[in-house]
Design a protein around this ligand. Structure first.
Ligand SMILES: C[S@@+](CC[C@H](N)C(=O)[O-])C[C@H]1O[C@@H](n2cnc3c(N)ncnc32)[C@H](O)[C@@H]1O
Length: 278
């Protein structure tokens, strides 16, 4: 991504999470009222005015992908917290809002939002403009996931790297080189036993709409560059220190979240969510 500009895909993802709150009716996969404050009134008005555009099949599928990945990661985080993990690192946090709508149980978590400096500055400005207070258990780390030595960066954060960490990295790896991704896998895979990592990764895409979205994000200066063969990725993850690798299939997501849930968004068609445990 452009070193000096805030991520426009972070704003795009925020818009789709907001659209889910505004136009998808009563039943929601992710309850995220704070995203509306964070993106602001004008952006919400834009969603309402252009609501039909948000029902194009490609945009709908992308909306499912974006709200599902947050919901799944937050559900796994709760399970990890119940099992004793009390640190949450969000890599490439973008406009993630978990910290600002955290349920009471999460007050015992140490939450660290890490992002590219320009994207983080943009988020902090949005938080200030919206009058959203930063809870005491939240801190921020600037990181360039391509360039920086992650152990060094996070050694100087509020995280205790001698204890397990729950790490989420949603909608980020596709923008990074394979070398940077390998570095992330090694860093997280090298954290203490009980560490858990939920991330999204892209398999090679073929459909016409994904070509369109790919073209659009490339034009915005954030091309999708890394796609994976998941069998190869599993081997890489095991070598990086993870003992369990779970690819969340569309059938599993459908059973877990969509069946009988009266959601207006469709279930996912492809596997892109991965959960791994050290
Ligand atoms: C599509 S957004 C996803 C944001 C958020 N995780 C979500 O689910 O809405 C991609 C995020 O990756 C971050 N990112 C991309 N390249 C990065 C890099 N080299 N170093 C740090 N962050 C990066 C961007 O700043 C942005 O916040």
């Amino acid at each position: 991504m452009n070193k000096d500009a805030a991520s426009s895909t972070a704003v795009g993802a925020a818009m789709l999470r907001a659209a889910h709150q505004v136009i998808d009716g009563e039943y929601k996969l992710l309850d995220d009222p704070i995203i509306l404050k964070l993106i602001g009134e004008d952006a919400v008005a834009h969603i309402c005015e252009r609501r039909n555009d948000f029902y194009f099949p490609g945009i709908l599928a992308m909306r499912t992908h974006i709200v599902l990945r947050s919901r799944y990661a937050e559900d796994c985080l709760k399970d990890a917290y119940d099992a004793g993990v009390d640190q949450f690192l969000i890599l490439g946090a973008g406009m993630d809002t978990f910290a600002y709508r955290q349920p009471e149980w999460a007050n015992g978590l140490m939450i660290v939002e890490a992002d590219h400096p320009a994207s983080q500055v943009n988020k902090l400005e949005h938080l200030t403009d919206a009058g959203i207070a930063i809870p005491e258990n939240v801190s921020f780390v600037k990181v360039d996931l391509e360039q920086d030595a992650l152990a060094e960066i996070f050694k100087n954060s509020k995280l205790n790297l001698n204890k397990p960490v729950f790490v989420a990295c949603l909608g980020v790896l596709v923008y990074l080189t394979k070398d940077a991704i390998a570095k992330i896998f090694k860093f997280v895979g090298g954290l203490p036993k009980g560490t858990e990592f939920v991330f999204t990764a892209s398999q090679k895409r073929t459909g016409p709409w994904s070509a369109k979205v790919a073209e659009r994000v490339a034009k915005a200066g954030e091309p999708w560059i890394s796609h994976f063969d998941f069998d190869e990725m599993e081997k890489q993850l095991k070598k990086s220190g993870f003992s369990q690798v779970i690819f969340v299939s569309p059938a599993e997501s459908k059973k877990r979240y969509f069946t009988g849930a009266k959601l207006r968004i469709p279930p996912p068609q492809r596997c892109s969510l991965v959960r791994v445990i050290v």
